[in-house]
Design a protein around this ligand. Structure first.
Ligand code: A2R
Length: 328
């Protein structure tokens, strides 16, 4: 089966390649924002059947790629995915995420690839600030965007819905709640804390963990369970439908910090840094994954402890590798 992954060099893309490659049943193609040889490791490039540089905002480029590889499945991950960047550059975010999705759907439609199944990756940010009584959120929850990224993802979700219903494309919306795992940038909270701990352990920082709002409760999955959910949606999802990809449980960030600090090899003090408190902070967020489980049979398999341990170990390795590079 031929698979095309847009945004393959991103955090989720790497994990999706690992998961699909391990099954030996997929021929994997990808697109990269920039030069493949600069954005992908040699090991990943060797696994791929083809890879193209792509700015997804360019309509003819994505059409040429899809025409060449004629994928059975498309995982659309390419996006401007960072919320603070969306506040700084709202139009750039809207353009990449909306225009990019439109270009992809138009390409599939104009090439008459009516059997190609597309996973359109959205974010739980679309639900925005919600009432406690609405938790856990189902796919029927109203959209209430609090940032330009969420607006772009609502439009992306609605485009998938519309192209499925108006044109018969087999496109499903995967609404991902928080996820983390090895390799995520430290712009995100879990690897940020883990990296601080790894740097402290290896003597590069004083024994102080700078944190934001630890009371916020979030619904986290390990990215390796997320990519399995995307595959399950690709194979078993119903065209035009949206699926929450989430654990179904909310845990406080404070709980994550406690577990990470228990795993640390040194004593570390917590300090609240006002600069890390985000505006529009939502006290509690949890999704309902019943629809995803019932339609696809997907179940998460990685515990929260395992997820945190693997992120911390990955950060430890990144700090050691950085140190080796600097001393070579
Ligand atoms: O920003 P970069 O240089 O890391 O490139 C990102 C790429 N990308 C683009 N690709 C094609 N044309 C563009 N105009 C464009 N702008 C950005 O998409 C990156 O390699 C990839 C997205 O990966 P990440 O930012 O690491 O996101 P992640 O965590 O893998 O999330 C995957 C999907 C995204 O649609 C999120 O919005 C959603 O999951 O939550």
């Amino acid at each position: 089966m031929k698979v095309l992954i847009t945004g393959i060099a991103g955090f989720v893309g790497g994990h999706l390649v690992n998961h699909l490659h391990a099954q030996n049943t997929y021929e994997i193609f990808g697109t990269v924002y920039g030069k493949p040889e600069e954005r992908l490791s040699e090991a990943v490039r060797q696994v791929l059947a083809g890879v193209w540089p792509l700015d997804i905002v360019n309509p003819s480029a994505i059409k040429e790629i899809i025409a060449e590889c004629e994928p059975d499945l498309i995982f659309h991950l390419a996006a401007q995915s960072h919320v603070p960047t969306a506040f700084k550059d709202p139009w750039g975010t809207l353009e990449t995420n909306i225009r990019g999705t439109l270009n992809l759907l138009e390409a599939v439609l104009s090439l008459h690839l009516m059997d190609t199944r597309i996973v359109n990756v959205i974010s739980a940010n679309i639900y925005g600030v919600v009432k406690p009584e609405d938790l856990p959120l189902t796919e029927k929850q109203n959209f209430n965007p609090g940032d330009p990224y969420a607006v772009s993802k609502i439009a992306q979700d609605m485009l998938g819905h519309q192209y499925a219903h108006a044109h018969g494309l087999k496109v499903m919306q995967a609404r991902a709640f928080n996820h983390t795992g090895p390799g995520q940038t430290t712009l995100f909270v879990v690897p940020n804390f883990a990296m601080q701990i790894a740097e402290i352990e290896q003597g590069f920082a004083p024994p102080v963990l700078n944190v934001g709002n630890l009371k916020a409760e979030r619904d986290y999955l390990d990215v390796r369970d997320v990519v399995k959910a995307y595959e399950a949606i690709a194979l078993k999802g119903t065209a035009g439908e949206a699926y929450n990809v989430c654990s179904g449980e909310a845990h406080s960030i404070e709980h994550f910090v406690e577990i990470l600090l228990d795993m640390a090899t040194v004593d570390i003090k917590i300090v609240v840094d006002e600069g890390r408190l985000r505006p529009l902070d939502l006290p509690r967020l949890a999704g309902d994954n019943t629809k995803l489980r019932e339609v696809t049979g997907w179940e998460p398999t990685i515990s929260m402890e395992q997820m945190l341990r693997d992120v911390l170990d990955d950060c430890r390795q990144r700090v050691s590798a950085h140190q080796r590079t600097n001393t070579d």
